[in-house]
Design a protein around this ligand. Structure first.
Ligand SMILES: NC(=O)c1ccc[n+]([C@@H]2O[C@H](COP(=O)([O-])OP(=O)(O)OC[C@H]3O[C@@H](n4cnc5c(N)ncnc54)[C@H](OP(=O)(O)O)[C@@H]3O)[C@@H](O)[C@H]2O)c1
Length: 257
């Protein structure tokens, strides 16, 4: 059996009760980390912690609230005195035809995906350890034009930019900041946020899989695998990058020559 690469590390995953955040928390724990997960819904958090086991704690907190994230930082400081891995993962998006886009939707997506990421990382500055790894969840949509996802994609492009700026802001503390850009990963968000039925998801997965060199969509655990790399000492010399985890979808032509 391989030695766990994150033994003794303390981690925070925002939006860890479902989807990519949950799969990532699972992988961090398997590699020896103790993981705090956040989310707004208590029931989902409790269910997630029950599955993750004794190396996980759930905290109800809205990632777009400075007060909530400050309270999360205080709790981690009191209980463990340090934070080694921060995955700012909480985010959402909804496909909306451009003419139908409302101010409320723009505010919601920027509020969580952009402002929330800033407030999350800023709130943790006092507890992040020297040499910590900060990972922001971006998206392949930051590189693509995708119908109805203009605002969402723009928030994710902004997140990639933040990672590069913060790499310089935090270099004296040897804190690394990188982004991960998942490809197509069917999660609870496809129904909860985007309102897709299971039949919609199945049809989409079948269609899009043909455009992915790997021949299939990704899983939350596979995003967690990439996260473990960015969280661990194996990526000590990796700073300010965007790690695209999309089965080759945005970098490789999947058709015939
Ligand atoms: N799935 C994909 O195909 C895909 C692709 C590229 C990028 N991403 C990115 O990956 C991240 C996770 O997506 P996902 O598909 O795993 O979503 P998901 O299945 O909907 O899970 C989202 C998680 O975030 C929590 N959350 C949402 N808003 C929050 C807030 N304001 N504060 C705290 N927690 C919040 C949710 O719990 P509550 O609702 O209870 O708060 C839930 O635990 C997002 O940043 C998304 O943009 C996803």
């Amino acid at each position: 059996m391989n030695t766990p690469v994150l033994e003794g590390r303390i981690a925070l995953v925002t939006g860890g009760s479902k989807g990519i955040g949950f799969g990532s928390a699972q992988r961090l724990i398997e590699e020896g980390a103790f993981v705090y997960i956040t989310g707004r819904g208590k029931d989902a958090l409790d269910a997630a912690v029950a599955r993750l086991g004794s190396s996980a704690v759930g905290i109800e907190a809205d990632a777009s609230s400075k007060a909530d994230m400050t309270a999360v930082a205080e709790r981690i400081k009191q209980q463990h005195g340090k934070l080694d891995i921060l995955f700012a993962n909480a985010g959402l998006g909804h496909a909306t035809p451009f003419p139908d886009l409302t101010e409320a939707q723009i505010d919601k997506e920027f509020g969580v995906n952009f402002k929330g990421v800033i407030l999350t990382v800023q709130s943790m500055l006092g507890v992040l350890s020297h040499g910590a790894s900060v990972i922001l969840n971006a998206s392949i949509t930051a590189d693509m034009g995708l119908p109805g996802f203009g605002v969402y994609a723009a928030t994710k492009a902004a997140v990639r930019s933040l990672a590069r700026s913060w790499t310089t802001d935090l270099k004296d503390r040897d804190i690394r900041v990188n982004t991960i850009s998942p490809g197509v990963v069917p999660t609870e968000g496809y129904s909860d946020e985007q309102g897709m039925t299971q039949a919609d998801v199945d049809a989409y997965v079948e269609r899009v899989s043909k455009e992915i060199p790997a021949g299939r969509v990704g899983t939350s655990r596979e995003m967690g695998d990439a996260l473990v790399f960015l969280a661990s000492d194996a990526s000590k010399y990796v700073r300010g990058i965007d790690l695209v985890v999309d089965g080759g979808m945005t970098r490789v032509y999947a058709g015939k020559a």
